[in-house]
Design a protein around this ligand. Structure first.
Ligand SMILES: [Zn+2]
Length: 398
């Protein structure tokens, strides 16, 4: 009897140890290739061509928030193998960009995007203004003042730091209610992303505003078509389109429109303007996955961004007067590749931080005058080059 009891106890301890040390497949296994089956790589592996130097009519600026060379390379190796090729890797002109802000070696997205939108460095956290709170003119506003159409796309709330810095001027990036007001007041033609909460009056249960402004109602009165679902989005054709697909950030999952679909829709609407357009497209959640040091989610968001790149360059190739510039506001995670097979199996990613880092980011360009982006630049150079290409005089300006 005593022996039997001892046996039962040791069996229990043994089973407990097995369960304790057993790897949990759903937590530890890497995502399989089928998780990325939505991704279609380029058929043509050659670089996109250098094109004729014509006057630039349209600008598409694509910002992979937190996107680094490692982000791109890890996505390629994981999904296509080391010798694969992604759309972004076909860009014919490449360079580097320094990202530090006015008050910090490590920028945040607010100061990073303000540099990219206005040509001025500012303090971390500030949107569309320099450290002394003077508002600065953005390249989107410059395009609008030339009667060009404008667009902002993000998978975060559309009031998040990166899109905000192109159309809003606030001291604190967290003031997304004020940013929502500025974006509508700026009459940005196409506004697509998440963040409905910041457009609804405080009486609404989903609202994150502290006033009675209903910016959706005001936008509709001002001529915007408002859409929330994929089918409404597909059917939309007005020259002013406000699409808010989530109360907070988008899920980046079906049935929401994808970043590529939003990019295609914006181009379809904006390209009707004979005077041209400026469009900013952000892959917002690359950064968030990197903050979480989640390699597979980073790769997923990178691939969505790459499919949006394809939409932009396909249009630019056909159009001939469009420059596409792709860059990042900063690196996130100190992400590196330190092992794995050529096929992409057992890819080992290491991180040095859960925050941003101070390394330079890549810049890619396609279209007339793309070579202006070759070499090593400051982030403030990007909108200055845009202003020259669009012949916007007196830029940067306060
Ligand atoms: Zn970040």
């Amino acid at each position: 009897m005593k022996q039997q009891k001892a046996f039962t106890v040791s069996l229990l301890i043994f089973s407990f140890l097995i369960i304790w040390f057993m790897p949990i497949p759903s937590l530890y296994a890497q995502r399989g290739a089928e998780e990325f089956s939505y991704y279609i790589p380029p058929v043509d592996r050659n670089p996109y061509p250098l094109v004729e130097q014509r006057q630039v009519k349209n600008i598409i600026l694509m910002i992979g928030d937190g996107m680094s060379i490692t982000t791109i390379t890890a996505a390629r190796i994981k999904v296509l193998g080391a010798n694969g090729k992604m759309h972004i890797e076909r860009m014919p002109v490449t360079g580097f960009i320094n990202t530090y802000s006015a008050n910090a070696l490590i920028t945040d997205s607010a100061a990073g995007a303000t540099a990219l939108s206005s040509g001025y460095k500012t303090n971390n956290g500030m949107i569309g203004m320099i450290p002394d709170s003077t508002k600065v003119y953005t390249i989107l506003e410059g395009a609008r003042d030339k009667s060009m159409s404008t667009g902002l796309i993000a998978t975060s709330t559309i009031t998040h730091a990166t899109p905000a810095a192109f159309a809003a001027h606030v001291r604190l990036r967290s003031n997304q209610a004020a940013i929502a007001y500025d974006i509508i007041a700026n009459r940005v033609n196409v506004i697509l992303g998440g963040g409905e909460a910041f457009f609804l009056p405080q009486s609404h249960p989903d609202s994150k505003r502290r006033d009675d402004k209903n910016l959706i109602e005001e936008a509709v009165k001002a001529g915007y078509e408002f859409v929330q679902t994929k089918s409404e989005f597909d059917a939309a054709k007005s020259d002013f389109l406000l699409g808010l697909f989530h109360n907070d950030a988008m899920t980046t999952e079906s049935p929401e429109p994808t970043l590529a679909e939003m990019t295609a829709k914006a181009i379809e609407i904006l390209s009707r303007n004979v005077k041209g357009f400026f469009l900013m497209v952000e892959g917002s959640q690359i950064d968030w996955a990197e903050h979480d040091n989640d390699a597979d989610e980073t790769i997923k968001q990178m691939l969505h961004f790459d499919l949006a790149v394809k939409q932009a360059v396909d249009f630019a190739m056909e159009n001939g007067e469009t420059i596409v510039v792709i860059t990042a506001d900063h690196e996130t995670g100190g992400m590196t590749i330190n092992g794995g097979r050529l096929s992409g199996e057992n890819l080992s990613i290491k991180w040095t931080t859960g925050s941003h880092t101070g390394v330079p980011v890549p810049v890619f360009a396609f279209g007339p005058h793309a070579e202006r982006f070759t070499g090593w630049h400051d982030n403030t150079d990007v909108p200055k080059i845009f202003a020259e290409l669009l012949e916007i005089a007196d830029f940067p300006k306060k």
